[in-house]
Design a protein around this ligand. Structure first.
Ligand code: ADP
Length: 626
């Protein structure tokens, strides 16, 4: 047994120390030292004789702690070894508030016969304190629980969850039963993810780590789900400056990221649309310039007007015709260019088209930059999209030629009727005279005149028939060799008979055999000669020549009559064409030269004219004879 002095020395220490007697699982306090008494504010009397469990129960020990203590005490006795118990929470009355973490030293002491043993139990303030700062301050815990971001403290290498706020539990989709469990136990889905490694790294290095928008795979609602988080790991150090736990702060930014991603997708889509648009614009511009090119390449006047009918585009042809630029033409509108006599009708038709949305068709004369009016057929159709009239697209087609052809046709019909009527009237008159006269000698003159008119009538009808045949491509040519000189002389003689006031002189006549349709070629010479007679009314000479130039036979018929102006010369070979002033002065249908040119063409020949108005004309034709 211990001597008094030794006993005093053993218990006279600053740490609370008690002596326990062991009776099975019951541990009775035999002695408590001064430090113990002063800590428990029990200085006047000892607690000797009481059960250790009375003591610690009063000190608000957790049941876990008490079980641990009981087991350690029993083990110490059984093993006969000094054992230590760390992290023992116990609150002495003197500390006022909050628990203190103690390191318990349990020293078993055997008595001499070995029974019953004793235990010296010393409570030493634990140096390596467990992280309990926040837990010791309920107001801080309160704040932590209200922090609007997820927050927890993971302690030790296994990352035991010490403290966690509501926000973090919600974020993890867990409840507070996970408190006190190691990380991978309450969140096994993290095992193969980077986060446990990062935590270990922070734990060992003591260097904080944070990341934004990290993707964490979490089991939420029973299913693995990707959650985007901003998080930080801050190492918490104990009084020795060693990291013993980690403060984890995390915030779910999934909505923001998704929003951002949506925004980004939207931005990408917008960029794509913009690119498409700018491409379309480019295409449109290209199309537009292509369309403009096409419109300008059209030989017609092309224009567009807006839905209200205002002119807003004209092509280059319009500008060239009128001698103004696009802006000026648009500024003026059509009214300035339409012939005053055609204006009222065209305006009425235009306003009618605008009202009804129906096609606009009219004919009017437009004033050209040379000061002349020309006939145009104007047509416009509305462009309608989704039931809305967008614009009018119009064309003005030059119909001057058709108009003048029409006019010439009308003139021709009136001339033809006149031409046919004249010899018929004469024939009729001579017939009546023949019936009345009974002297035979007097009849000869009437019969001759009548025959001349019949011949004239016959010629007119033949010409008309020839023209219709030419048009239908049905003139038959009988090609055979014939004596050209002979044909020329006979034709001159024939015409001379009908032209007593003229002298037809054959100046030169080559002797040559031609291959061709004699009758048709005679028709050409006959036409040249009768025209020479007809258009030199003052009765002068007519000179005929035929020469050979290489393999070509050239024939000319020269008169000294009215002549032909330059502008008319090119058109004489057109059907029905007659020089304006001559139409009423000279008989004829304007068919002879047209028929002649066709006959020469079929013989691979051609003809031309030299003329001076007032001095006469020379008609040439050329025939290949080789
Ligand atoms: P027409 O029956 O009118 O004479 P043509 O076809 O023979 O028909 O001639 C066409 C036109 O050419 C005539 O109307 C006339 O104006 C002109 N013409 C033809 N020959 C002569 C000529 N020798 N001198 C002047 N004008 C001529």
């Amino acid at each position: 047994m211990l001597t008094d002095a030794l006993f005093q020395a053993l218990f006279n220490i600053s740490s609370p120390r008690i002596l326990l007697s062991v009776h099975g699982r019951d541990f009775k306090i035999i002695y408590d030292n001064e430090a113990f008494r002063s800590a428990s504010l029990n200085e006047t009397f000892s607690i000797a004789g009481r059960s250790i469990w009375d003591l610690f129960n009063a000190g608000n020990c957790s049941s876990d702690n008490l079980v641990l203590l009981e087991n350690t005490l029993i083990q110490s006795v059984e093993l006969k070894q000094t054992l230590f118990l760390y992290d023992f929470d116990y609150q002495f009355a003197a500390t006022g508030h909050g628990k203190t973490c103690w390191e318990l030293e349990i020293i078993p002491i055997e008595n001499e016969n070995g029974q019953p043993p004793y235990i010296i139990l010393t409570l030493k303030l634990q140096k390596k304190q467990k992280y309990t700062g926040i837990q010791q301050h309920p107001e801080l815990l309160n704040i932590v629980s209200h922090i609007p971001i997820g927050l927890c403290i993971l302690s030790g290498e296994t990352m035991v969850l010490e403290i966690v706020n509501e926000k973090m539990l919600n974020l993890w989709d867990r409840n507070d039963s996970i408190q006190g469990l190691p990380l991978l136990e309450f969140m096994p889905e993290l095992t193969d993810q980077v986060f446990p490694k990062l935590l270990q790294q922070v734990y060992t290095s003591g260097i904080a780590f944070s990341n934004r928008g990290a993707v964490v795979q979490l089991v939420v609602g029973g299913r693995l789900k990707s959650v985007y988080m901003d998080f930080s790991y801050t190492p918490l150090k104990n009084s020795d400056g060693v990291t013993d736990s980690i403060l984890v702060m995390a915030e779910d930014v999934t909505d923001n990221i998704m929003g951002l991603q949506r925004e980004q997708q939207l931005a990408e889509r917008l960029t794509a649309i913009n690119e498409e648009l700018s491409f379309s614009n480019l295409e449109l511009a290209e199309n537009e310039s292509r369309i403009r090119f096409l419109l300008n390449a059209l030989p017609q006047q092309v224009w567009t007007a807006d839905s209200a009918g205002l002119l807003d585009y004209v092509n280059q042809v319009v500008c060239d015709d009128f001698g103004f630029d696009v802006a000026t033409v648009i500024g003026h509108g059509w009214q300035k260019f339409v012939h005053p006599d055609d204006l009222a009708e065209s305006l009425e038709k235009w306003s009618n088209a605008l009202e009804t949305g129906c096609e606009y068709v009219t004919e009017f004369r437009l004033l050209f930059q040379d000061g002349n009016y020309r006939w145009f057929l104007s047509r416009a159709i509305p462009l309608i999209e989704n039931g809305k009239l967008l614009l009018w697209i119009g064309t003005n087609t030059n119909i001057e030629l058709q108009k003048s052809n029409e006019q010439r046709k009308d003139e021709f019909i009136s001339i033809a009727s006149h031409e046919l009527k004249t010899p018929l009237t004469s024939i009729k008159a001579f017939n009546q005279l023949i019936q009345r006269k009974n002297q035979e000698h007097a009849l000869d003159g009437f019969i001759l005149k009548s025959a001349q008119n019949i011949a004239r009538l016959e010629r007119l009808i033949k010409d008309l028939l020839d023209v219709t045949k030419i048009n239908a491509g049905k003139i038959n040519y009988e090609l055979e060799p014939f004596d050209f000189r002979k044909m020329l002389i006979e034709t001159i003689e024939n015409v001379q008979l009908t032209a007593p006031d003229h002298t037809i002189i054959l100046e030169n006549a080559v002797e040559i055999s031609c291959l061709g349709d004699r009758y048709r070629l005679e028709q050409v010479v006959h036409n040249f000669l009768t025209n020479a007679v007809k258009y030199s009314p003052d009765g002068q000479k007519i000179i005929v020549k035929s020469t050979l130039e290489e393999n070509d036979l050239i024939v000319s018929v020269q008169d000294f009559g009215i002549g032909i102006a330059e502008k008319d010369r090119k058109r004489l070979f057109e059907r029905y064409y007659r020089v304006g002033d001559n139409a009423m002065r000279f008989e004829g249908l304007g068919l002879g030269l047209f028929i002649s040119s066709e006959i020469l063409r079929r013989h691979q020949g051609n003809f031309w004219i030299e003329s001076e108005p007032g001095y006469g004309s020379t008609f040439f034709f050329r025939l290949p004879v080789g």
